[in-house]
Design a protein around this ligand. Structure first.
Ligand code: FPP
Length: 256
């Protein structure tokens, strides 16, 4: 059994490398139910969801996690009531003006992944501002998936590869990966979904091929450091074989 107590408290120097995910991807679900339990409108839950996100960015950063990708608005979320959609768009503007300086000071680099063609000019400008302000940072790489869908991502990658003149014989998994929206990041090691649903919901379909999946009933605004530690401990206990087999102790001794 790996002793995780030190690095879970933030003692990154002592962490066993394979026990800490390099890239964590999160579906932040349950904001609406969290608000409903408090007899408040759904956007109230999203506002507290934003606070939870800022806390989790800090927690990941302190643990030495290098990449964090969060699903903030899916290509399907346009089907929500107009009031909720405009509330979420407004939350981008509020979030960037309230938290960007703090995140930038910590060295966080922000990327936004998704189809910007349907997103308003004001929201695009806010994301562009967040990306350019943090472009030189070398700390945690935060990707906000916004108007993002996994199928959209695969199609846009194919389109860009074709437009680049990539010949069919040059097309490979590695080549296409570079055209995916997260072409700059390794695939997620750990996928977390809060809110009790057990599905991927068109998030990072290509990139999650070998991620360890962790589902929790915790509603996103309640997600805290203890929940993150639980997810990391579950990850550390998994036996990742990537389709291979675990070498038996005698094989390991012989090759040592
Ligand atoms: C899903 O919960 C959550 C979303 C669609 C939005 C997630 C947004 C945030 C956490 C705030 C941060 C936002 C930005 C723009 C960076 P749900 O509403 O489906 O919850 P429910 O299943 O309880 O209804």
């Amino acid at each position: 059994m790996v002793d995780l107590s030190n690095f879970l408290r933030g003692g990154a120097a002592a962490k066993p490398d394979s026990a800490l995910p390099r890239h964590v991807a999160i579906v932040m679900d349950g904001n609406g139910r969290w608000a409903k339990k408090r007899f408040m409108p759904r956007i109230f839950g999203h506002k507290f969801g934003m606070e939870a996100l800022v806390r989790v960015i800090d927690d990941c950063h302190r643990r030495g996690i290098q990449y964090l990708t969060v699903y903030a608005f899916s290509s399907e979320n346009w089907k929500r009531p107009d009031e909720e959609v405009s509330g979420l768009m407004n939350l981008v503007l509020v979030g960037v003006s309230k938290y960007l300086a703090r995140l930038a000071d910590k060295g966080v680099r922000i990327h936004v992944a998704g189809d910007r063609s349907k997103v308003s000019e004001r929201v695009c400008q806010a994301w562009h501002h967040a990306e350019t302000t943090t472009a030189g940072n070398t700390g945690l790489e935060l990707t906000v998936a916004f108007n993002y869908g996994g199928r959209w991502d695969i199609v846009q990658a194919c389109k860009r590869a074709i437009a680049d003149g990539l010949a069919p014989e040059a097309l490979s998994e590695e080549a296409l990966s570079k055209y995916m929206a997260l072409g700059y990041a390794p695939d997620p090691d750990l996928f977390i979904r809060t809110g009790g649903e057990v599905r991927i919901s068109n998030f990072l379909l290509w990139q999650l091929a070998y991620a360890e999946l962790h589902f929790t009933d915790c509603l996103w605004p309640d997600f805290d450091e203890a929940e993150l530690d639980k997810a990391i401990a579950v990850f550390a206990s998994r036996d990742r074989r990537f389709g291979g087999v675990k070498p038996s102790p005698s094989t390991q001794e012989a090759s040592a």
